[in-house]
Ligand binder design. Sequence first.
Ligand code: AMP
Length: 405
Amino acid sequence: MTFEDFNFDEQLFEGLQSMGYRKPTAIQEQAIPLILEHKDLIACAQTGTGKTASYLLPVLQHISQSEKKYTKALILAPTRELAQQIDQQVEGLAYFAGISSIAVYGGGDGIVYEQQRRAMIDGVDIIIATPGRLIAQLASGVIKLDHVEYLVLDEADRMLDMGFYDDLLRIISNIPEKRQTLLFSATMPPKIRVLANTILKNPEQVNIALSQPAVGIHQQVYMTYDPQKIPLITGLLKDATYTSVLIFASRKETVKDLTKALRRVGVKAEAFHSDLEQDQRETILRAFKSRTLPVIIGTDVLSRGIDIEGISLVINFDVPPDPEDYIHRIGRTARAETTGTAITFVNERDQRKFSSIENLIGKAIERMVLPEELGEGPTYNPAAKSKNHSKHKKSWGHKKKPEKK
Ligand code: AMP
């Protein structure tokens, strides 16, 4: 199949060519014809599959044929980073078609808020918004969604995880019932089905099997006790010649503590989490992309949707809560057929979660031996119940103690 098969308008076709898209991806082959036929759709596909263009292209095609005076499409996304990225794809694809869009997200200053407000008053064609900020703009009364014909929920599972269910329903109650609704989600837990039953009409469904980590990723694991993790990571970062490193931790507090610890030993690192202002986040990502900042330490806010090329090393300071998040996190490296390394630290409590990851990816990850000076790590025994957890913790003192930094 080629893009010619979809009979897009010439300007849209030029747009996708200028973006360098030569051939539709699997999700695009399946979703585009259904969306062009005005069907509602549930699509199970994650970042990296080309899912964004799979809904943008047909929606842009629809819009280019209708009167341009009102907002006709609303795209809801969980994070400001994803909203911005979608907006950038709209700008690229719609460049020749002259379709306007704005990303509406929180965290900006008063000027940004005012720009967003103005664009909405002026009837921008497409609004891409995070639910929280859109609710705020709706409350201010300037925004009109009563001509919206296309509603897209991108990364719907993440939006529900972030507690946006009620906000989503509130927003949707402002949109005409006669519309086309497209729901994209990386996972399909029961709550997504409930949402889909509430807001979609006779939807078609497409599933793109969870993509396995790229073959170019060299995956490794260290079994570690918590106090061994910081000496281990500082050793790894000092020895190696990694240029761009992403470190993931599940909690904000861990991200902050780890950033301080790494800075103390001279590693140039920045923390990336939801407490930061929008411009701080952008500055960090810019520095990272331009290679002036070698290390970012972040929560899973970083793991989805962020499209950064050339990351050589991903370290999971702890095991992600959901095995699929492992694939999202390590998918930040070895993009576009390059190679990269992904290292995961597994303490005694995370062993079960780690074994689910190995089950999901269907192979054993290479076991690494801790440097001798750190002593032995915990024995791998994922079947051990966490009721032994406190016992394990106390008995740690019997082991050879790692050096405290
Ligand atoms: P997504 O899964 O939407 O986050 O897209 C992942 C990346 O693939 C983005 O950088 C897109 O610009 C790119 N992309 C989307 N569709 C295509 C295509 N047909 N050919 C090449 N690249 C694409």
